[in-house]
Design a protein around this ligand. Structure first.
Ligand SMILES: C[S@@+](CC[C@H](N)C(=O)[O-])C[C@H]1O[C@@H](n2cnc3c(N)ncnc32)[C@H](O)[C@@H]1O
Length: 294
């Protein structure tokens, strides 16, 4: 039987020989997953021998990873902001960039919308809408941070909504309602006019050409309906921004993650429809988020 250290070395070189980026890290995550321990424990117990059964399980996971299945799907979970989410091939894997958007909203919503809604730092009655919620990442993080708010989350994919249900339960969130909807289609009728203080979305924004050139992990495994948009990647973003005129309250905020070539363009076109607009950068200093106040 092999020790933890030996298996990690073998696993790393196996993934490395298949050119998997971050081979050492991934081998550690996979072995920790099989043994049900943390990566730190792996290091501390390096000389411990591993059962044959676990070794075989580890090998099976290494093969899946070498075939480019994303690590998060194999592990079945991902940390996003301060929540832990179940993920599988039914949903897009929440990204680090989107955490920047959530952080910005948590830090700026009270300043922008006004303290009228804020009671001891908590919002009493904000209506928040997350369009294209996927695993529920943004909606659940915001629902936890604004516990007195009503969060609405929609997705066109019924499979994604099954994952949202599981992730609400997992994170003990109960101020969130979700609907199957083609963007705003679940909110027809005057009842919903100017009802949302905050509309947030990370919609599909890749062009077909960008998608074709993207790494295998994304192209072969993540739902294509979460990734590609027509009109140079802008079709869904435009629908969402156009709808904000109807559904956002006066002084409300809309915040959208976009492709790196989109945000400045949107500021030019939509500047005249909103009171204030701005573009935020991601950690790589790319223009990534378009924010507007009505
Ligand atoms: C890039 S993913 C983002 C998922 C999640 N918000 C996140 O940041 O992890 C885009 C999501 O939009 C959903 N979507 C695509 N077209 C849609 C439409 N017409 N109406 C509603 N949701 C849509 C996809 O199913 C997918 O879950």
């Amino acid at each position: 039987m092999a020790s933890i250290i030996e298996l990690l070395a073998e696993g790393t070189s196996f993934l490395c020989s298949d050119n998997v980026e971050g081979s050492k890290n991934d081998a550690e995550w996979l072995l920790a997953h099989v043994l049900g321990c943390s990566r730190l424990e792996l290091t501390l117990q390096g000389q411990t021998t591993v059962s044959k059964e676990s070794e075989i399980q580890f090998l099976e996971l290494l093969v899946r990873r070498a075939q480019r299945e994303p690590l998060q799907y194999i592990l079945g979970e991902v940390d996003f902001y301060d929540v832990n989410l179940m993920v599988d091939s039914r949903v897009f894997i929440p990204r680090g960039e989107t955490e920047i958007l959530v952080e910005w909203l948590i830090n700026n919503t009270s300043k922008r919308i006004g303290n009228a809604f804020s009671i001891g730092g908590n919002f009493s009655s904000l209506n928040i809408l997350d369009l294209g919620t996927g695993s529920g990442a943004i909606a659940i993080a915001l629902a936890k941070h604004f516990p007195k708010s009503c969060v609405f989350a929609v997705d066109r994919s019924p499979l994604a909504l099954e994952v949202v249900r599981e992730n609400m339960r997992r994170n003990g969130v109960n101020n969130l309602q979700f609907f199957q909807s083609d963007w705003y289609s679940a909110f027809e009728g005057d009842k919903w006019r100017e009802q949302f203080d905050l509309i947030v979305s990370n919609p599909p924004y890749l062009t077909r050409q960008e998608f074709d050139g993207i790494q295998d992990e994304i192209r072969r495994y993540e739902p294509i309906s979460a990734l590609i948009a027509e009109e140079e990647g802008l079709q869904d973003i435009r629908i969402i921004l156009d709808g904000a005129q109807k559904f956002l309250k006066k002084n409300g905020i809309i915040a959208i993650e976009t492709g790196i070539s989109h945000a400045q363009q949107l500021q030019k076109v939509y500047g005249k429809y909103f009171k204030q607009t701005e573009v935020l950068k991601d950690l790589n200093r790319f223009d990534r988020f378009f924010i507007a106040s009505r």
